[in-house]
Design a binder for this molecule. Structure first.
Ligand code: BEZ
Length: 240
């Protein structure tokens, strides 16, 4: 144990020495210019789930495929009350030039979600998006999923060489909302429509009551897709 603490006295070790918002933390506040105008975060996004994602740099191939993928799926994210917010270490002129290039590609698309101007890396540093082992000047591919109350609920990091998976990000958002709404947990590889897990018994009476065939602490139950979507999908009548 002593060794552990000794090791952690050194630089570059332990998240307490780095600025990385973790699950359950209040999302750090900032103001920034974006390609859609100025924002105050998270205040301007309260009431929606947010996928806040960073990119190493503008005009890079993997990032470009991710931008197209995020944009193509934006409507699916909006249906589950989720807004997208991107960050790339560059200024607005560079961001707009990149958007223009993306719109002119053979499979091009107009990027409409906001991309933060973070030339001075202020926001990237605040969110632990700069990781010295990878690069001092390019953000890693970070994803922060932040809930409608401004609390960090999921943190993902990907290396520069691997583009993110939109289906997994969507699954995390549906999973978090399902867990919140129905008080359940979700097993490995869960997708809407699969069985969910009820909390394990906490008293011996509850344990004896349980009469399914599975091990006493594994309490599966059905949860219809339709019931999930009914609860979590934004209705046209919902306020913005
Ligand atoms: C890319 O998006 O293609 C990329 C960005 C930084 C380093 C390597 C690849």
């Amino acid at each position: 144990m002593d060794d552990f603490f000794e090791i952690c006295e050194t630089d570059n070790c332990c998240d307490t020495k780095r600025n990385i918002p973790l699950i359950g933390d209040v999302a750090p506040e900032f103001t920034a210019s974006t390609t859609n105008g100025k924002i105050k975060f998270p205040d301007d996004f309260v009431g929606s789930w947010v996928v806040f994602f960073s990119h190493p740099a503008d005009f890079t191939p993997v990032c470009t495929t991710e931008f197209v993928a995020f944009q193509k799926n934006m409507r699916e994210f909006e249906k589950i009350n989720t807004r997208l917010l991107g960050l790339s270490i560059g200024g607005l002129t560079s961001h707009l030039g990149w958007f223009d290039a993306i719109s002119k590609m053979p499979d091009g698309i107009d990027i409409t979600f906001p991309l933060i101007d973070d030339l001075n890396m202020k926001v990237a540093k605040l969110y632990g998006m700069l990781q010295a082992g990878a690069s001092d000047t390019h953000a890693v591919r970070a994803v922060f999923i932040i809930d409608p109350n401004g609390i960090v609920r999921t943190v993902l990091y990907y290396p520069a060489s691997l583009g993110r998976n939109m289906s997994e990000i969507w699954r995390i958002l549906v999973g978090l909302q399902t867990a919140d709404e129905f008080g359940v947990a979700l097993p490995a590889n869960w997708a809407p429509g699969d069985n969910v897990l009820s909390p394990a018994p906490t008293t011996s009476a509850e344990m004896r009551e349980k009469n399914n065939k599975n091990t006493w602490f594994m309490n599966y139950k059905k949860l219809d897709k339709k019931d999930i979507y009914e609860k979590i999908c934004k209705k046209d009548t919902d306020k913005k």
